[in-house]
Design a binder for this molecule. Structure first.
Ligand code: ITT
Ligand code: MG
Length: 176
């Protein structure tokens, strides 16, 4: 089985590898895929769309059995601007499967910059005085004091995707 991840970001690729660690017969490849949404998605809906587009395109471009799209964004709520993350798993002939990641509110000073049109990646680097936060611990890692990094958060999303896929396949086999 070939699994294509629609990103070159190591935080995302490692999350997919971790989720499939007990399944050595899954070959994981990474390939650039377009999200088709803005670089900084501003809602759950836009973030999901980005994840689904990436998953479908990754499978097509890499000629893989399964395409995975992982996308980060933010969603406005009465409790502040929330960090949101979504994943999608695409298999030809099946509705894409989606799953959401853990969410935390962003501090006011970060939220303000995003609402003015800035992207979270560079804003986080400036805030943390680090380089490539998005490829390492991520905003979630910084604001949880390292308890959950971006890759761990996406590993959880991946397990939610793979588990739903297995469940749906099991249901289908029962009906045949
Ligand atoms: O190369 P790709 O796969 O595009 O990876 P990315 O890091 O740009 O990730 P996304 O496109 O999924 O994320 C959308 C935007 O949010 C930023 N972002 C999302 N989550 C983040 C996090 O935890 N830490 C820092 N930046 C984050 C990211 O840099 C983008 O500007
Ligand atoms: Mg991006």
């Amino acid at each position: 089985m070939r699994v294509a991840v629609g990103s070159k970001n190591p935080a995302k690729i490692n999350a997919v590898k971790d989720a499939f660690i007990d399944y050595p017969y899954y070959e994981i490849v990474s390939i650039d895929a377009e999200s088709g949404v803005s670089d900084q998605p501003m809602s759950d809906e836009e973030t999901i769309k980005g994840a689904v587009n990436r998953a479908i395109q990754a499978a097509e471009r890499a000629e893989a059995d399964i395409g995975i799209g992982l996308e980060g964004g933010v969603q406005q709520t009465p409790y502040g601007l929330m960090l949101c993350n979504w994943g999608a798993l695409a298999v030809k002939g099946m509705e894409p499967i989606i799953a959401g990641g853990a969410r935390i509110p962003l501090p006011e000073e970060i939220a303000r910059q995003l609402l003015k049109g800035a992207e979270l990646g560079p804003v986080m680097d400036e805030y943390a005085k680090k380089q490539n936060v998005r490829k390492n611990e991520g905003a979630v890692g910084i604001f949880t004091n390292g308890q959950i990094n971006r890759s761990e958060m996406f590993t959880h999303v991946m397990k939610l995707l793979a588990g739903q896929y297995e469940y749906q396949r099991g249901q289908k086999e029962k009906t045949v």
